[in-house]
Design a protein around this ligand. Sequence first.
Ligand code: PEP
Ligand code: MG
Length: 324
Amino acid sequence: RQNELKEWIGQETKTIDGIKINLFANIKGPEDVNDFLNNDAEGVGLYRTEFLYMNRMNLPSEEEQFQAYKTVLEAAKDKPVIIRTLDIGGDKELSYLNLPKESNPFLGERSIRFLLKNEELFRTQLRALVRASQHGNLKVMFPMITTLDEFNRAKALLIEEKERFEAEIKEKLEEISTGIMVETPSAAIISDQLAKYADFFSIGSNDLIQYTMAADRLNSQVSDLYQPYHPSVLNLINKVIDSGQKNNKWVGICGEMACDEKSIALLIGFGIDELSVTSKKVLQTRDYVSKIKKTDMEHLAEAALQVDSGEDVVYLIEEYLNLT
Ligand code: PEP
Ligand code: MG
């Protein structure tokens, strides 16, 4: 099977009816660059920078971060590399920061909330990103956005750091495309507003499902409610893609849903532009995409929004996948 999939190396990712899908990879850092290249990913759709901060005794310096980002950008050559700013909190702790214990960490000072409250730490990462942007095709994405204000403040800090660096080197850098990870119901619901400000969206389905269904993604007691195909989740995903398209912004997805055969069919029906999957699943995903016809999946997507439960959606997808 793995050998068969190798035939997909160097091929385009497109549907039977010729619709191109950008197929990117999720990475944790420079250690994943070989995997990313060997599996022929077309870009990095999610660089989870928190791994650079974890399992150590202190914060990584600006220089250390710069080197890590630069290594990835140079290896990717001209391919886009979407770096997500630090997504700490929830289940990911930095013990050396001695942060106060929270009773509901997933609803607490997580991710962008933490970054905006710890501005110096945030600015250090943004400076490293600005410097690294000279070495490849960098895009920056902010996680766990819930309000437009959070995005605007984060972006303003990025621009401030960029201008400060430009003054230092006496040179103007290219603009850095800046996107929003849509992974809270709030962001999905106001996606039409957010799309006017962000350059792109990437749907974080792992968190979006957890927050929409109010079911902790790590708690097996409620795993029956963690339903990727639940009508509430699908309605939000459809809305986000719609909002992006209406505002001429591309929309991707970087959660687990991006590499499942059934959800890929549905996502393409909704009009997704980009799928970001773990490197090992890139060729498999290219194969899945090549077997479906977008126009059929559009009918599927329309039908899926009309049924009563996640199970009914799954039956429907199975029916459609056997048709093509
Ligand atoms: C997500 O929430 O879907 C996602 C891709 O981010 P993470 O899994 O790192 O929270
Ligand atoms: Mg997430």
